[in-house]
Design a protein around this ligand. Structure first.
Ligand SMILES: Cc1cc2nc3c(=O)[nH]c(=O)nc-3n(C[C@H](O)[C@H](O)[C@H](O)COP(=O)(O)OP(=O)(O)OC[C@H]3O[C@@H](n4cnc5c(N)ncnc54)[C@H](O)[C@@H]3O)c2cc1C
Length: 450
C-alpha cells in the first residue's frame, strides 16, 4: 500500500512540535492530501481500531479517518480468534465477566453498546451470528475471515484510509492536535485513538509498543501479565495424560486472594494444562504471582462432589461390586488413563478389589479426587496468551467517551486498557463497546476545540 515512497515536506502547521520544513517520507497515497492533516488518526487496526474507524465515519461522513498499523495486514488476531471461527460476542455480557478496571466503569461502557447492539450491527454489515454453548456467538458461516472482511468492507465504505506496514514510533501533542510519526510518514491529526492492543500474540503486531506511546502522552500503566493462557506444571503427572480432555473444577486460592472456582473442560498437555477452564483461571494465578502473593491451584476431578460424597460413592461401589478392581471402579468415574495415573501417583495398588480397600486409603483417595494440588510454575507467555491483563488504568479515561484524562484529543480503546475478559467473546465485546463510545464522542465533537 505504501511501497511508493516520496520525499516531501510535511507542513504540519500550525503544529508547533513539527519543526518548519522538516523532511519526512510520505506514502504516495498521501501525496494528494495536502496539507498532511487528518481529523482522526487511529493507531492500530485490530478489532477496536477497525470498529472505531467504522463508527466514526458513519457519524460524520466528512471526517478524514486514517488507520496506521505496523502489521502488513489488518486483523491477524480476528482471523485466528475462536479457533478460526471468531467468537464475536456473548449472549449475556456484564461487568462481572471482566477483570482489571472498576466494575462500575466497565458497566457504563458496556451499557452504551451492549451485546444486542453488536448482534444487530454485525447483521447490518452482513454477518449473522448464531449462539453456541455458554452463550457464545459465532458467525453463521463459522469463518473468522467473514467477520474481518465485513469490517474491512465497512471501513472502505466509510473511506477510511488504511496504512498497513506503518508502525507508529512517536505521537506528540501540539496546538492543533497531534503529530503522528512512522518511519514512512508523519501526519498531523486533530484527534488520535490508541488501539494498539496489548502484548498477546506478538507476531500479530501487538507487542506492547502502544504502552510506550500512551506513557509518552502522560498515562501510567498497570503492570501487565498474560491472561487466558495455558499453564505449565512442575513434575511429570501431566505428561502421560497429554491429549485427554475432561470436565473438572479448578480452584485458585491463596492467603490474600478471594478463592476462584471455575468449572469446564481441561485439556492435559505435554507441558501442563490448557482448555477453557485453565485459560480462565490463568490470569488469577499470574496476577497473584506478579503481586508476590501466595497462590495455590487445585483440581476437582469430580465437579460437584466433595470428599464425603466421593467417599460414599466409593463405599457404594465396594458394596455393590466387592471384587471389582480399583482401577476399573475409578475408570467408571474418570477417563481410564487419568484413573491409572492418579493411582500410580498415590502409590495405591490398581488391582486391589474394592472390598479390600482400607478405610483410610479410601478416604485419602476421595480427598485427592476432589482437591488434587497442581504445582503451576509458569504460563505459556504472551506467545500463547489470548489477552493481556493490565495496561492503561481505566480511571485515566472518561467512561462516556474513552477520552484520555491526561491528554486532550486522545482516546484509548480495546485491550490497551486495563480490562481483560474471561473466555467466551467478552474481549471482542470490550473492543466493540469501547470503539463505539470513543467514535460517538469524536463525531459529536467534530470540529469543536480540543
Ligand atoms: C488466539 C486468540 C484467539 C482469540 N479468540 C477470541 C475470541 O474468539 N473471542 C474474543 O472475544 N476474543 C478473542 N481473543 C482476544 C481478542 O482477539 C482481543 O481481545 C482483541 O483482538 C483486542 O483487540 P484490539 O483491537 O484492542 O487489539 P489487537 O487486536 O491486538 O490489535 C492491535 C493492533 O495494533 C497494531 N499495533 C500495535 N502497536 C502498533 C504501533 N506502534 N503502530 C501501529 N500499529 C500498532 C497491531 O499490529 C494490531 O493490528 C483472542 C485472542 C487470541 C490471541
Amino acid at each position: 500500500m505504501s511501497s511508493d515512497r516520496t520525499h516531501v515536506h510535511t507542513g504540519c502547521h500550525p503544529c508547533r512540535c513539527a519543526p518548519d520544513g522538516e523532511s519526512v517520507y510520505v506514502s504516495s497515497e498521501f501525496m494528494n492530501t495536502q496539507p498532511m492533516q487528518v481529523d482522526v488518526a487511529i493507531v492500530g487496526g485490530g478489532a477496536a481500531g477497525l470498529a472505531t474507524s467504522i463508527f466514526a465515519t458513519r457519524g460524520t461522513r466528512g471526517q478524514t479517518v486514517v488507520i496506521l498499523d505496523g502489521a502488513p495486514r489488518l486483523g491477524a488476531k480476528i482471523l485466528v480468534s475462536g479457533g478460526g471461527r471468531c467468537n464475536v460476542t456473548n449472549r449475556t455480557v456484564t461487568e462481572s465477566d471482566f477483570f482489571g478496571g472498576s466494575r462500575n466503569t466497565v458497566r457504563r461502557i458496556l451499557a452504551a453498546f451492549p451485546a444486542e447492539h453488536t448482534v444487530s450491527w454485525f447483521r447490518e454489515i452482513g454477518v449473522d451470528l448464531h449462539e453456541e454453548e455458554h452463550g457464545k456467538l459465532f458467525p453463521n458461516t463459522n469463518r473468522a475471515r467473514d467477520v474481518l472482511e465485513a469490517l474491512l468492507r465497512e471501513a472502505e465504505r466509510g473511506r477510511v484510509r488504511m496504512l498497513t506496514g506503518h508502525r507508529v514510533t512517536a505521537i506528540d501533542r501540539c496546538d492543533a492536535g497531534f503529530r503522528v510519526v512512522t518511519p514512512q510518514v508523519t501526519l498531523g491529526a486533530r484527534r488520535v485513538v490508541l488501539a494498539t492492543g496489548g502484548r498477546s500474540l506478538p507476531k500479530s503486531g501487538s507487542d506492547g509498543g502502544g504502552y510506550g506511546l500512551a506513557r509518552r502522552l502522560g498515562h501510567t500503566l498497570v503492570p501487565q501479565t498474560p491472561a487466558l493462557v495455558p499453564l505449565v506444571l512442575a513434575g511429570d503427572f501431566h505428561a502421560p495424560l497429554s491429549g485427554i480432555s475432561q470436565d473438572v473444577e479448578l480452584t485458585v486460592r491463596g492467603a490474600e486472594i478471594k478463592a476462584l472456582r471455575v468449572r469446564g473442560a481441561l485439556l492435559w498437555t505435554h507441558f501442563g494444562i490448557s482448555g477453557p477452564v485453565v485459560l480462565d483461571a490463568s490470569r488469577h494465578w499470574l496476577r497473584a504471582r506478579l503481586e508476590g502473593r501466595e497462590v495455590h491451584v487445585s483440581l476437582n476431578f469430580l465437579p460437584g462432589e466433595d470428599a464425603s460424597s466421593t467417599d460414599r460413592v466409593l463405599l457404594a461401589i465396594a458394596a455393590a461390586r466387592p471384587t471389582a478392581r480399583l482401577h476399573t471402579a475409578l475408570a467408571g468415574m474418570l477417563p481410564a488413563r487419568v484413573a491409572e495415573t492418579i493411582l500410580r501417583d498415590l502409590k495405591v495398588d490398581r488391582s486391589l478389589p474394592m472390598a479390600h480397600l482400607p478405610k483410610n486409603s479410601r478416604r485419602e483417595l476421595a480427598r485427592s479426587l476432589v482437591a488434587w494440588p497442581l504445582e503451576v510454575i509458569d504460563s505459556q507467555s504472551y506467545v500463547r496468551a489470548e489477552v493481556t491483563a493490565g495496561g492503561v488504568p481505566l480511571n485515566e479515561v472518561d467512561s462516556g467517551s474513552l477520552a484520555s484524562r491526561k491528554c486532550p484529543g486522545l482516546h484509548l480503546v480495546g485491550e490497551i486498557l486495563d480490562v481483560d475478559g474471561r473466555i467466551g467473546g467478552f474481549n471482542f465485546q470490550w473492543a466493540w463497546s469501547t470503539a463505539w463510545a470513543a467514535a460517538s464522542a469524536i463525531t459529536r465533537s467534530a470540529g469543536a476545540p480540543l
